[in-house]
Design a protein around this ligand. Structure first.
Ligand code: HEC
Ligand code: HEC
Ligand code: HEC
Length: 435
């Protein structure tokens, strides 16, 4: 079974377990164990909800990515059971279809909203912040009503929760009270009067349901996001680097609201590359959200890097001759396995696909995304039908991948060379095949 690493909320540091264990003490000491249970209600009938409310809920749930985490591989939509590998062990998402026994069929609107805002299940147990309630807390009441209506009108599926497998003592939920005390302070979104309506709509969606910073911000040892200047300075998700989206964005060509819109809506922008790895499902959700909402998110995200210094070179670098001289093995592999798609003049390149000089993966401090793209391939999630990239895990050795990555870096970037590439390739390969 392939596990989703923290489903995009990767902290990636086992030390975090220790930190959380300390918080545990805080929670236990303060005696803020589990909260009170809320009574079950008769499952509302689908006909109770106006269609307009349900379709608004569908659009909001698409921005919130609920289906990604709450659906197992080849499982029933929203019936849960997806394994999320966290630095603290494996956590399973739960059934949020309206099944009264194993889902949320017996949940009142109040119980649902409490789970989304305070991370407390109907029966009073604390929920793990893998459900990004630190973001969903910012969502307006009426929007949570709409998501509730949407979920309650999905087909009910019987699927009991799977047991989590967390390191001691984190399976003990009352400990989460300590985490919340320290890190759960977000308030409902309030618009900024100095910005226009579109920016505010984008900020509301990105900071709330979209939980973009959940992957694009670094996290502390206890798995809480950095805020302030650290926000959007880049994070990790399922072993992929989620690049900085603020002034520290490493892209060769600065993002604009238009290019962000194209990328977020279709999964590929001609000047930046494709949405690979865990960004794929995000784009899949956004491709079904209202167009104006995606434009608003693009406007907000573009404003984060508005102060970014102009790139050093007017056009993205392509040092083909030097790179081939420095790394003949990498150049030969590229010519044989990759150039048919990626070299200028290749059919794919003449269809307006992004060229490697503008792909962010080659500009990042870490080689992880380049290595993962070569091992796993790239499958643009939506948008213009076109070539996908095959996985090379079976046909290239770690040493060959290292040669290729080194070649691509020196050819298409002016940044320092990556080091220990063969070790990195071996590690990524191992993570990908973990049980
Ligand atoms: C990043 C993964 C992720 C995303 C995105 C996500 N969830 Fe969850 N959700 C989880 C996990 C994991 C749990 C179980 C947490 C636990 O057991 O403590 C959960 C639990 C829940 C619960 C509590 C269920 C129960 O029985 O206690 C509700 C309700 C819920 N999610 C609704 C949603 C909705 C609605 C969305 C979209 C707006 C959403 N989730 C998006 C991972 C996610
Ligand atoms: C589950 C984790 C996750 C979430 C949530 C997420 N992203 Fe990403 N994002 C990534 C990863 C990983 C990449 C790198 C993909 C690649 O290398 O192709 C990425 C890439 C991007 C890029 C391209 C950056 C570049 O310079 O190439 C943009 C723009 C972006 N995300 C915007 C967003 C926005 C806006 C949201 C919220 C609506 C969001 N992301 C939510 C993980 C995430
Ligand atoms: C069949 C065509 C094809 C072949 C062969 C191919 N690629 Fe790709 N590659 C793509 C496509 C498609 C994308 C996504 C960008 C796009 O949509 O244009 C991509 C993206 C990438 C990216 C960026 C990943 C990211 O995170 O954004 C890298 C790096 C890359 N390829 C390297 C290689 C290397 C190295 C080889 C040879 C071992 C190779 N590719 C072979 C089609 C191909």
């Amino acid at each position: 079974m392939k596990r989703t690493r923290w489903a995009g909320r990767a902290v990636g540091r086992w030390a975090a377990g220790g930190a959380l264990a300390c918080l545990a003490g805080v929670g236990a000491f303060l005696g803020i164990a589990d909260r009170s249970g809320l009574p079950t209600v008769p499952t509302p009938k689908a006909t109770e909800f106006p269609t307009e409310l349900v379709s608004r809920g569908a659009a909001l749930a698409a921005v919130g990515d609920c289906i990604v985490c709450h659906t197992a591989d080849r499982g029933v939509a929203y019936a849960g059971g997806r394994a999320l590998a966290t630095p603290f062990g494996t956590l399973f998402s739960t059934n949020i279809t309206p099944d009264p026994e194993t889902g949320i069929g017996g949940w009142s609107k109040e119980a649902f909203k409490r789970a989304m805002r305070d991370g407390v299940s109907r029966d009073g147990r604390h929920l793990y912040p893998a459900l990004p309630y630190d973001h969903y807390r910012r969502v307006h009441d009426g929007d949570l009503d709409a998501i509730y209506a949407f979920l309650m009108t999905r087909p009910a599926a019987s699927a009991p929760a799977k047991a989590n497998d967390l390191i001691f003592p984190l399976g003990f939920r009352p400990l989460l009270a300590g985490w919340k005390l320290l890190f759960l302070h977000q308030e409902e979104f309030t618009p900024r009067p100095d910005r226009d309506a579109e920016w505010n709509r984008g900020a509301y969606l990105a900071e709330g349901l979209g939980h973009c910073s959940g992957c694009h911000s670094p996290r502390n040892l206890a798995g809480a996001e950095e805020t302030g200047d650290g926000a959007y300075s880049g994070g990790v998700a399922e072993g992929w680097v989620a690049p900085a989206l603020n002034g520290a964005s490493p892209t060769a060509v600065p993002w604009t609201a238009d290019s962000l819109y194209t990328y977020l809506r279709t999964g590929v922008d001609g000047r930046h590359g494709a949405a690979a790895g865990p960004m794929g499902p995000v784009v899949h959700g956004l491709s079904r959200a209202p167009e104006a909402d995606v434009r608003a998110i693009a406007t907000y995200i573009a404003s984060l890097s508005a102060d970014r210094a102009a790139p050093k070179t007017p056009s993205p670098p392509d040092h083909a001759a030097e790179a081939a001289k420095a790394n003949p093995a990498g150049a030969t592999l590229f010519a044989g396995a990759c150039a048919g798609c990626h070299e200028g003049g290749a059919p794919m390149m003449t269809q307006g696909r992004p060229g490697l000089p503008t792909v962010t993966a080659l500009q990042l401090d870490r080689p992880d995304n380049t290595i993962r793209a070569i091992l796993q391939g790239v499958h643009p999630p939506t948008g213009p039908a076109g070539p996908t990239m095959p996985a090379f895990a079976a046909s290239l050795t770690d040493a060959q991948i290292a040669d290729l990555a080194a070649y691509l870096r020196s050819r298409f970037s002016d940044r320092p060379a990556w080091t220990s590439l063969a070790t990195a390739a071996a590690m990524v390969r191992k993570e990908d095949t973990q049980p």
